[in-house]
Design a binder for this molecule. Sequence first.
Ligand code: PEP
Ligand code: MG
Length: 315
Amino acid sequence: AHRDALSAARGPGRTQDGTSVALLVNLGGAADLSAAAAADSEGVGLLRTEFLYLGRTEAPARDEQCAAYGKVFAAFSGRKVVVRTLDAGADKPLPYLGQGEEPNPALGVRGLRLDRRQPRILDEQLAAIATARDQHDAEVWVMAPMVSTPAEAAAFAARARSHGLGVAGTMIEVPAAALRAQQVLAGCDFASIGTNDLGQYTYAADRMAGELADLLDPWQPALLELVRHAAEAGRRAGKPVGVCGEAAGDPYLALVLAGVGVTSLSMAPASLAAVRLALAAHTLAECQALAEMALSAEDARHAREAITAGANPIT
Ligand code: PEP
Ligand code: MG
């Protein structure tokens, strides 16, 4: 039993009965790179690339981007790195994107929608990612933020492939994309659910509004319902559907996410150990039963309490 506990403390994420749930890290810039690479993960599930674009008067040149991606790919050599293309707009406006003032920036031209105005930005970024990938040994996937329709997902995947990037997916962080996950997945290779924005848009509650924190609770049943719907579409299509929002780093919620069929969880490096241990302490059937409990709870608080009380001890 001691040896089991020790082996559960390291290595790939899996349930007690061996269903794999890949454990990955979220990475937001070069500063956290060495700590993230040293953590025991299967790779990067979300490389936020905004850091390259912020605080400048023009978009970073292709060479500069290529060097920055190359550093990440080198640090994660032999592992997976999911690069998310630029998610500017909303809370992260950039002067050179010509976004101007928007009355509702969260509902405006952000993420992949910027491509409607400035297609060159995405092409430059995909070209830089592809060049850096060719110089390193990481397994590089790309995905787009703020996809709302199956057509956007398919168009992004086609763009990525035109740059030689063969594994292209979309984030599911808009309820419309979650509801149509089957059609979204038909046109791309994988999906990654961003529970931060998916919660914001499902509950119509600005994620920056502290006084609405109860509506933004990642245990909200309507959010979990959308996650389950997308995960089931992934299972039917035989395509990976992960979670890369903050929800993935809560060990109890991770059990629920595994129970609805999510195939990977991407989180802050500090959360990896607790999530790994939680998974190792439960069979898939136990995770499924916990997911059933969470989804039938009347609200977020009851869901959290029921799963915290019903889960096996996590130590
Ligand atoms: C999300 O929306 O859940 C997400 C992971 O993306 P970001 O937090 O960068 O918007
Ligand atoms: Mg998001």
